[in-house]
Design a protein around this ligand. Sequence first.
Ligand code: CTP
Length: 477
Amino acid sequence: MQVEFSSKELFILKKIANAADELQLSCYLIGGFVRDKILSRPTKDADIMCIGDAIQLAHEVAENFNPKPSVSFFKTFGTAQVKLPDLELEFVGARKESYVQESRKPTIEPGTLEDDLNRRDFTINTITIDLSKNNFGNLIDRFNGLKDLSEKIIKTPSQPAQTFNDDPLRMMRAIRFATQLNFTIEAKTFNSICENAERIKIISQERITDELNKIMLASKPSAGWFLLQKTGLLKIVFPQLLALQGAEYIDGIGHKDNFTHTLQVLDNIAAHTNDLWLRWAALLHDIAKPATKRFETEHGWTFHGHEALGAKWVTKIFAKFKLPMNEKMRLVQKLVALHLRPISLTKENITDSAIRRLLFEAGEDVDALMMLCEADITTKNKYKAKRYLQNFELVRERMNAVEEKDKMRNWQPPITGDVIMETFGLTPGKNVGIIKDAIREAILDGDITNDYNVAYSLMLQKAAALNILPVKLKQTQ
Ligand code: CTP
């Protein structure tokens, strides 16, 4: 088996081989770079493992480039990084772990190639390419990683319990790789994840979330969430999502399994966008359904208010997952809050005002909202699905017509708070809000046109009703 490198990559790898030769070190290309090359997936960084001092090797490699790249290193871990314009190089010394008696904590010490391969996560990540000058390009495959790559199998090189005990995050990595690559987790490895799931609790939320985001960005993210559920990891890392599972029946009337539905919505949206946040919005759109579930004799199962409560929960979920609490979170919140609104616009006799209101509230995210609504159609009945899609198409047409007429996207009412305060000599306060809201509502309802002079007259009327006079009038009185 010959791994194909680009001429740029070959140029860099030869320089590393020369530097290692200067220092009389053995060094190897390993891990994700080799795996992804064989799979013809794009690669961004390369792991270089050497038998010896990785920091020294990194410096020697840097010396061989012009301009000389900077080397960042971590003395305690014995690792170093060299950023080249086309490739990031990660240097690490071969290690072995040894267990000191009466201590559960392993000590890491320098090891051989064999030691290092033994303590890696999966066989597909142990395929090694020799970079020593004399054996340049030779492929070393001690754990049959190539076979597992071709058979699409995720399997640990050592006993799985040992591998997961060394770093429990690897349980999430197994699921993430299976999802990204569409691979199967080998039975023994899978069972070990089930047995050791509780150990994920010692891993930092940031590392867990990193893996969750990678699962979310896969082409079929539901596969990862189902694996998390089956292994028992989901009830630890995201119990609220698991709470969506199951269909309850009363008087023979059931509701759909919202876990399966949610994951279908996630896959549906993933087929249309790579935007991580739209995918999170899909995952969270029904998150508050269990908390709002009621059985009403006349209507059957209802989930009234799940969209508003769900939007509220987004903040807590983002905080827990250490996801950014910024405009991305507000986008997810907005989409969760508004995800039922376009459906309500598919009914008959919908006024321009209702359309205008949604355009105003969704602002520039209206297309994302419509994408989520379309993804939310998970009925197996083809005719129904087609009808729902056609209805949304009509909503889009109405939106376009209103938008063309009223320009509601990113719309701001023509009278600002500053104008109100200046006109009436007010300081910021309740009355300014009342007048401002009245103008906005009147325009959204279509009671007045979206025009400065018309809005100004309404402002005077509303202020008069509150016994507030314009400054000019006050001065002449
Ligand atoms: N590794 C490991 N255990 C971990 C993390 C990493 O054994 N918990 C090893 C694997 O051999 C892996 C290599 O270190 O291939 C590099 O790790 P990393 O860059 O995190 O992963 P990649 O395999 O390169 O894949 P990706 O970039 O997709 O995360």
